[in-house]
Design a protein around this ligand. Structure first.
Ligand code: AP5
Ligand code: MG
Ligand code: ZN
Length: 225
């Protein structure tokens, strides 16, 4: 296995893909093993909604319906996370950018901070795969750890292995919201693949394998970068 976190090594990465393609699952492996900061806009919004903050109340209807949160709000959250500079080994942006405006804004933020992206990991999976992954997904109400009733069940049904809090289905994992999320992906986010392909940054990963094999494929790409 290549030495990916040797002295002074940093990774500034994006992970993208359709809803349910496995971004969060791979993100938790990557951030642990590369010791990098996880910036998931979806998770940030869910935490804010859970704590019923002003931001949480502002975004709740949109997120639960499967619509995007407006760009200015989302960009401001990412800017704050990047400006914190609390990621000596790098970061992994998960679920951001999702629109052309966000991608342009991210480029500006990185330029300001004198940072560069090392790669964009695209997890590819068919719609049929996504639907069964989303239907079986359960998430912890406390630590947001993700499970799947078939491929990654918790040790005790309905309870998080890590913190023993109850697991729930995400409200946006209902059929109607999934359809909207897929449509939004195809219309707004898919065009970004070309944007990053043109910059020579896109790494296509086969997401139709078990999580460990997907992870190994990503690591191979990192090692050959
Ligand atoms: P976000 O949280 O980013 O949701 P998403 O993109 O729809 O993706 P998911 O989190 O649903 O799926 P995932 O790819 O992480 O898959 P996971 O690893 O969980 O965004 C939610 C909402 O927030 C948006 O709709 C929007 O409203 C708002 N938002 C967020 N970012 C925004 C932005 N930038 N701009 C505007 N609005 C924004 O895996 C899914 C399931 O499959 C799990 O059960 C898992 O255990 C299982 N699984 C994973 N990999 C495998 C595998 N290889 N084999 C078998 N099972 C697997
Ligand atoms: Mg996710
Ligand atoms: Zn938990």
């Amino acid at each position: 296995m290549p030495d990916l976190c040797g002295k002074g090594k940093t990774w500034n990465l994006l992970i993208t893909g359709k809803p349910g393609s496995g971004k969060g699952t791979q993100a938790s492996l990557l951030i642990q093993n590369l010791n990098i900061k996880h910036i998931s806009t979806g998770e940030i919004f869910r935490r804010e909604m859970q704590s019923d903050s002003e931001l949480g109340r502002q975004v709740k209807t949109l997120v639960q319906k499967g619509e995007l949160v407006p760009d200015p709000l989302t960009n401001a959250i990412v800017k704050k996370a990047l400006q914190a500079k609390d990621y000596p080994h790098g970061f992994l942006l998960d679920g951001y950018p999702r629109t052309k405006d966000q991608a342009v804004m991210l480029d500006e933020m990185l330029q300001e901070l004198k940072l560069k992206l090392d790669g964009v990991i695209q997890i590819r999976a068919s719609d049929q795969t996504l639907l069964s992954r989303l239907a079986g997904r359960r998430v912890c109400t406390n630590c947001q750890e993700t499970y799947h009733i078939v491929s990654h069940p918790p040790q005790v049904e309905g309870i998080c292995d890590k913190c023993q809090h109850p697991l729930i289905q995400r409200p946006d994992d209902q059929e109607a919201a999934i359809k909207i999320r897929l449509d939004v992906y195809n219309e707004k986010t898919r065009p970004l693949l070309e944007y990053y392909q043109n910059q020579g940054l896109l790494w296509e990963i086969n997401g139709e394998q078990d999580p460990e094999s997907v992870y190994q494929e990503i690591i191979k790409k990192l090692g050959s970068d």
